[in-house]
Design a protein around this ligand. Structure first.
Ligand code: 13P
Length: 365
């Protein structure tokens, strides 16, 4: 908080009430639990449009029941959920759904000892006057929606901003608008007793995606600096939030791909330069990396510790791809799909402690 003398308006804004304190203690407890040792977050919050694309890959029609069955398959994987998953990000439809036996899906998650979370942004939309760039929408009415999600059991939320790299892009204006929206969202979450996952994603798989790793570094650095400045202006308590960033990595179409060691080194470098140690944890998105790449990179970074914050995963595709394929939309494949999910969750749980290796990957497979 800047000294109040700068603004000449008394001192009360500097005094935290005991209510504020209780709220911030609770938020920081939730945030710590989200990055508990050897655990990470399952991002299962694909919007109706995105899950349709995932189901297209297994030639399955995306009906409400199919979406429920798929999520029930994941959340009912007891070994994975209780040992390696700290929290699950849900989509609006899913947080209201019940398993085939009538148990709310949120209850399945809680019973496994994980925390239910909710995606609250309304998606990245074309930004007016900024051709080729997007700004994430969803702030209008967000306070009311957060209250309802809290009642439905959510204790953390997610808002994803996307920054694309192309010729002459990104622009300062688009990064700034996205950082500002992330900070407004995070503040609204905190006053509603919900831990915000702040996700500024510099894309590795945008429409061009031919940038090298150093361009990704520069754009990620600028984006994170802007995000933390906006979080500060918005008075967000850093101890009650989780950062969900991209790794520093070349675009998927780049001719030169960096080694895993370079990805780990440059990602740690940018995080150390931009993320205050008051932030309890950083949970990466996978962003289009292969399952094993995403696990390997995370493990290399944790092995290079000690680090000022917990580093873990909040993967969508890199946790689910093998399970989705094994499931194929068929009830008789549920056990095989849960086995595939458990394997991936276990490998990432090891990576969150810096203990993953390709030998373990082979043995356990
Ligand atoms: P991926 O790990 O598939 O990038 O998804 C994570 C996520 O939640 C993106 O918003």
């Amino acid at each position: 908080m800047p000294p109040s003398a700068w603004f000449g308006d008394g001192t009360d804004e500097l005094q935290e009430t005991s209510e504020d304190q209780a709220m911030s203690e609770k938020l920081s407890d939730i945030a710590q639990a989200m990055v508990a040792d050897g655990k990470g977050i399952l991002a299962a919050d694909e919007s109706t449009g995105t899950i349709k694309k995932r189901f297209d890959s297994i030639s399955l029609e995306s009906t409400e029941t199919a979406r429920r069955d798929y999520r029930e398959m994941l959340f009912g994987a007891d070994e994975a959920m209780s040992n390696y998953i700290s929290g699950v990000i849900l989509f609006d439809e899913t947080i209201r759904q019940k398993a085939a036996d009538g148990t709310p899906l949120v209850e399945m998650i809680r019973k496994a000892g994980a925390i239910p979370g909710i995606k609250v942004d309304a998606g990245a939309k074309d930004m007016a006057l900024f051709p080729g760039e997007k700004v994430t929408e969803g702030l209008d009415g967000l306070g009311g929606r957060l209250k309802e999600y809290h009642e439905l059991g959510a204790r953390f939320a997610k808002w994803r901003a996307v920054v694309d790299i192309a010729d002459g892009l990104p622009s300062f204006g688009a990064i700034h608008a996205n950082a500002h929206a992330l900070a407004r969202y995070a503040a609204l979450c905190q006053v509603n007793g919900i831990v915000p996952i702040v996700e500024p994603e510099v894309l590795m798989d945008g429409p061009v995606a031919s940038h090298d790793i150093d361009r990704c570094y520069a754009v990620t650095e600028f984006t994170l600096k802007e995000v933390f400045q906006e979080l500060y202006y918005a008075k967000v308590d850093l101890e009650g939030m989780i950062l969900k960033p991209n790794m520093v990595i070349a675009g998927k179409n780049a001719s030169a791909q960096a080694s895993p060691e370079e990805v780990a080194e440059k990602t740690l470098k940018v995080l150390k330069a931009c993320v205050p140690p008051a932030v309890p944890g950083i949970a990466f998105l996978s962003g289009g990396q292969s399952d094993e790449q995403a696990t390997h990179h995370l493990s290399l970074m944790n092995a290079a510790g000690p680090l000022p914050w917990k580093l873990t995963f909040s993967y969508g595709r890199a946790l689910q791809a093998a399970a989705l394929k094994a499931w194929g939309g068929k009830a008789e494949n549920v056990d095989a799909a849960r086995k595939a999910f458990t394997h991936r969750a276990k490998m990432n749980g090891l990576a969150a402690k810096g203990g993953y290796s390709s030998e373990l990957e082979q043995q356990a497979a």
